[in-house]
Design a protein around this ligand. Structure first.
Ligand code: PMP
Ligand code: GLN
Length: 417
């Protein structure tokens, strides 16, 4: 195995908990994917792409033009700009995961540092390593009341101290996986002011949960590109918004010099992203602005639907004696599990973390799967080894599931606790 993959050939948290849930017929609130199908207008768009529009051959390499055009319109509106052009400011990829991989590979030189805020979606650190970079971790710190996701706070001084002459990029995920935190205008202005002092730093803004926002008046999603356009590459995808995580349509939007870093890699890795998927998402993005199911748009419906799911899961977790840290957006709830007493095997390890004894949250998620019949993700998978203790009393539960699935989880909690 190549040196740059050192330690990455182990099974991940996803490999452990989805099969474990299946083995024990547990309700799988682990990996974040909806257990329903995309809405029919999205399915119809895919059908039309394949059968009526002949969108079946290689796409234009940088981006299928119909999707690039729709995205350019959307981001000009969102960011209050007029200069975002389909030809030069948009790249598409096989999901946000691939867009991020291309961005990191295109921007990072050997030894460059990339700042990650912990807990961080686990692919970030591995992709930084594969790009030859070094991840530098700044943990979000518990602050104030545990009840809501603003409990997780970035200490701006700590962030600024993490910047060195080697810092090349900073990954900012909002709405945030796994905490559900949405960074506020004030927080984003603080971050932008720090990053602006270092023109070599690029912000890679992962906004895949941008439409899953529960209180748009109090805690809106604000793209950091609206505050610091020149230094930001915005990454997003269609999987969460349209319940089609398997279609893997993602994109990068930003100034041409940053977008070029993505297209330069992308053209040699996949050449282009799948055409029908991109075509379908172009149609879906246009359709989503229309009234839907009694709401002003599909996006309003989606946010309301997810808010209800979130409330169902909050109640279920409370009934099990956990303290949910209620998210402002996204797919997940972090819950404080310190009140749960369970037999904690101090000698076991997990293939995902062979060097260390199994953390408490990992053992708890295994036990809960086997004994209670509900599976969560141990958030220690989202922390660097030094900061794993910050996760020990937490579990991440996904609510991107049908109401019946969430109700069954509640029944199982009620039967056990
Ligand atoms: N970023 C975050 C924060 C995520 O939670 C996910 C979930 N899969 C992704 C990126 C990946 O997005 P995609 O499926 O579009 O590759
Ligand atoms: N992002 C999802 C999660 O955090 C799915 C995991 C993945 O794509 N590897 O659960």
């Amino acid at each position: 195995l190549a040196d740059r993959l050192h330690g990455l050939d182990r099974p991940t948290v996803w490999h452990e908990f989805s099969p474990l849930a299946a083995q024990h017929q547990a309700i799988n609130l682990g990996q974040g994917f909806p257990d329903g199908d995309p809405p029919s207008f999205v399915q119809d768009a895919m059908h039309a792409a394949v059968f009526h529009k002949s969108a079946n051959q290689y796409a234009r390499s940088a981006a299928h033009m119909p999707l690039a055009q729709v995205l350019a319109d959307e981001y000009n509106t969102k960011l209050k700009r007029t200069d975002i052009a389909a030809e030069t400011h948009i790249a598409t990829a096989v999901g946000c995961t691939h867009a991020l991989y291309c961005a990191l590979t295109g921007l990072i030189q050997a030894g460059d540092e990339v700042i990650l805020l912990e807990p961080a979606f686990d692919i970030y650190s591995s992709q930084v390593q594969m790009a030859g970079g070094k991840a530098v971790y700044v943990p979000l710190r518990p602050s104030g009341k545990e009840g809501a996701s603003q409990y997780f706070q970035l200490d701006l001084d700590e962030f600024e101290r993490a910047i060195t002459p080697r810092t090349k990029a900073f990954i900012l995920n909002t709405p945030h996986n796994p905490t559900g935190k949405i960074f506020s205008q004030t927080e984003l202005e603080g971050i932008a002011a720090v990053v602006q002092k270092h023109p070599r730093i690029t912000i890679l803004a992962d906004e895949v949960y941008e439409h899953l926002v529960f209180d748009k008046a109090k805690e809106p999603h604000i793209p950091i590109a609206s505050l610091l356009w020149d230094q930001t590459l915005t990454l997003s995808s269609a999987g969460k918004t349209f319940s089609c995580t398997g279609w893997k349509v993602g994109w990068a939007v930003g100034p041409p010099h940053l977008v070029q870093a993505v297209t330069a890699v992308q053209q040699w890795v996949t050449f282009s992203a799948p055409t029908p998927n991109q075509d379908a998402i172009a149609q879906a993005l246009v359709q989503a602005r229309q009234p839907y199911a009694g709401f002003a748009s599909y996006y309003d419906y989606l946010a309301d639907d997810y808010h209800q799911k979130q409330q169902l899961l909050v109640a279920a977790l409370q009934s099990a004696g956990m303290t949910p840290i209620v998210p402002a957006g996204g797919f997940f709830i972090m819950a404080d599990t310190s009140a749960i007493d369970f037999p904690f095997p101090t000698k076991e390890t997990t293939p995902a973390m062979p060097a260390t004894p199994m953390p408490r949250d990992w053992a708890l998620s295994r036990w809960m799967t086997q004994t209670v019949g509900v599976t969560a993700i141990p958030p220690s998978a989202f922390y660097s080894p030094n900061n794993v203790p910050l996760a020990q009393n937490l579990l991440r539960f996904a609510y991107c599931k049908n109401a019946e699935t969430l109700q069954e989880a509640q029944r199982r909690f009620a039967a056990y606790f």
